[in-house]
Write a protein that binds this ligand. Structure first.
Ligand code: FES
Length: 272
């Protein structure tokens, strides 16, 4: 599934959630009849209520000064009718609370989907982490030769790799018997095995020399010097039916520091 498809699904899901939320809120609001109880402070501040209290009859004197008991005025706070949750309906406060929760939920959903899309492995053929077509073997052979007849690595950016033509025999080397050679080519990962810097090629020494801490590797990526703990890593390679070099960047092959070197290093002045 591509990132675009994931984002489309995510936005469709968010839209559905938003629609369900709006319908739910509208449903809960019922027919729009405003009901509810009046709080004590509002009641005391209401002039009409105050007038009713003032107009209430005071205890009257009957006949010869004997007090006559009259009915006490009705306290509207006592007489108010309590409403249950259902008939209370949707208050403004509740509406805003739900609105804030809804917006926060949408934000979390979008953040989650964006994070998922970011971390989703790129399994599409052709990207790093999958098989990368490095081109026709004939073209690689031409590209791997300089005008003066020397060999040079071919940079395959999509694979983060140097494709190097194997010089001589690998028998007895760190790579003997490993599936790292196809049609006479190896694919070295350009990442330094010390701390991960990109290792540039050095035209003069004909090796790879890391500018970060000085690790050096020969043309086959065999360890020569510096703090690197092993040879340069390489990828599994194969040949397609159309005679193209296929680099499987999902399969990294590590080898220990070479005790037997298969090429000379340096061939000239080093770069660092
Ligand atoms: S990262 Fe290359 S030598 Fe340290």
């Amino acid at each position: 599934m591509t990132t675009t498809q994931i984002l489309l699904f995510a936005f469709a899901g968010i839209g559905a959630l938003a629609t369900i939320s709006i319908i739910s809120i509208a449903w809960r609001r019922g027919d729009g009849t405003a009901t509810g109880s009046v709080d004590r402070k509002a009641m005391r501040g209401d002039p009409a209520v105050a007038r009713r209290w003032i107009a209430a009859p005071a205890p009257a004197l009957a006949g010869e000064g004997r007090p006559v008991v009259v009915a006490a005025p009705i306290d509207p706070l006592e007489a108010r009718q309590e409403l249950d949750e259902e008939s209370y309906g949707m208050t403004r406060r509740r509406f805003f609370n739900r609105g804030i929760l809804g917006v926060f939920g949408l934000f979390l959903a979008q953040f989650g989907v964006a994070s998922l899309a970011f971390m989703w492995p790129r399994l599409k053929s052709g990207g790093f982490g999958s098989e990368v077509n490095a081109g026709k073997i004939e073209d690689l052979k031409i590209a791997a030769l300089t005008e003066d007849g020397r060999v040079q690595p071919v940079v395959i950016a999509a694979a983060q790799a140097y494709v190097v033509p194997v010089q001589g025999s690998l028998e007895g080397s760190s790579f003997d018997g490993l599936p790292v050679v196809a049609a006479g080519f190896m694919a070295l990962w350009h990442r330094c095995v010390h701390l991960g810097c990109r290792v540039p090629e050095c035209d003069t020494s004909l090796g790879f020399e890391c500018p970060c801490h000085g690790s050096k590797y020969n043309f086959h990526g065999e360890y020569e010097d510096g703090p690197a703990p092993r040879n340069m890593d390489r990828f599994l390679v194969s040949i397609s039916e159309d005679n193209e070099l296929i680099i499987d960047t999902g399969t990294v092959i590590e080898t220990a520091r070479a005790s037997v070197k298969t090429v000379e290093y340096p061939e000239g002045p080093t770069c660092i």
